[in-house]
Design a protein around this ligand. Structure first.
Ligand SMILES: Nc1ncnc2c1ncn2[C@@H]1O[C@H](COP(=O)(O)OP(=O)(O)OP(=O)(O)O)[C@@H](O)[C@H]1O
Length: 321
């Protein structure tokens, strides 16, 4: 080992000098430097590394620089959004819940794991944006709502995903969850409907902190929802509660209230199963229009945002800060 003082001096004036562990130099002029890049995005990491390398290139006697980047592994909790059957509003709830949790101060990211119908890019106004990778790790795209996102739709065309076998779907799910989420502490996961490979892989390898079940009020949807609840119960994943979607339609023209899918079924089912009822989202043409336009209601301040913010508060309370 030789004198490391000259390289320490060369690095001391860097604005990020506190991120650099005391460097070491071997007798044959190899400098070993460890950079703590916790919390830096990919561009900032690369810039810091280039700066360190640039400075060391000017130190006499250094013939090689071995540089290692380390980062503290962030504790990240997953909230699984599940339903027994498709089309009940799982993706709509996932997008709005992620935005509402962010508005409540949680550093929230969104994973669109619905291989067969990834809809988050459209819901979050990020259609056509491709996720890139760095060091084999996917880099989430930042949506205009301040919620970073990774979607199966950014990895593979839907018609190809249809042919995926279970292990491929599970592998792709792992890539999404293990993306470079940086500061994110809460990942909202929009699951495919049902109780298939992605759900099982998630439970085994990326255990969620809790699951939210979405159902419409009618019996058939509730029977399927109960099946999803059963899966999480069996696996010991806490069920945070049930959300009833598409309940209580108010005609935008005459104001008359009707219940095309019934109302209160999910609340009654929650009571029967002894799990919390998290709230009701009305069947509202404004929600459908806003979703199609990539403007999730939870990002706004009109009354369509209210149910999502209320549900997010209950979810956050259930998980603790
Ligand atoms: N509360 C609501 N009011 C009006 N339209 C809604 C509501 N919730 C969802 N929708 C609409 O219903 C359709 C299905 O919703 P969404 O895609 O969220 O369901 P999903 O359960 O994720 O479906 P899939 O299983 O196909 O992924 C979408 O067009 C969506 O905009």
């Amino acid at each position: 080992m030789t004198d490391s003082a000259p390289i320490a001096a060369a690095l001391a004036s860097l604005p990020d000098a506190r991120r650099i562990a005391p460097p070491r130099v071997s007798a044959d002029g190899v400098a070993s430097v460890i950079l703590d890049v916790t919390g830096l995005d990919a561009a900032a990491r690369d810039a810091l590394e280039a700066e360190v390398r640039g400075r060391l290139a000017t130190v006499p006697g250094i013939c090689e620089v071995r540089l290692v980047q380390t980062a503290e592994k962030a504790e990240r909790r997953l909230i699984a959004i599940a339903s027994g059957k498709g089309g009940v509003g799982k993706s709509t709830l996932s997008a709005n819940l992620a935005i509402a949790l962010r508005r409540l101060g949680h550093r929230t990211g969104l994973v669109d794991a619905d291989i067969y119908g990834p809809s988050q890019p459209r819901l979050m106004a990020a259609d056509g944006e491709r996720a890139t990778a760095h060091d084999k790790q996917l880099l989430p795209i930042m949506t205009r709502y301040g919620v970073p996102m990774l979607s199966m739709g950014q990895l593979v065309a839907p018609e190809k995903a249809l042919a995926w076998r279970g292990s491929m779907a599970s592998g792709a799910f792992g890539q999404l969850v293990e993306g470079r989420w940086e500061h994110v502490d809460t990942l909202v996961v929009d699951l495919p409907p049902g109780t298939g490979d992605v759900q099982l892989s998630m439970i085994q390898k990326h255990r969620p902190a809790g699951a939210v079940i979405v159902s419409t009020p009618q019996d058939l949807a509730l029977i399927d929802a109960a099946r999803a609840i059963d899966l999480f119960n069996t696996a010991g994943v806490p069920v945070i509660g049930i959300v009833e979607n598409m309940a209580g339609y108010v005609c935008p023209h005459c104001g008359e209230a009707s219940d095309p899918f019934g109302q209160g079924g999910a609340e009654a089912e929650a009571a029967r199963l002894g799990i919390p009822f998290l709230g009701r989202v009305p069947l509202d043409i404004a929600i459908r229009r806003a979703s199609d336009a990539g403007e999730p209601p939870a990002a706004g301040d009109d009354k369509a945002a209210a149910p999502f913010l209320a549900i997010a508060q209950k979810v956050a309370k259930s998980l603790g800060k």
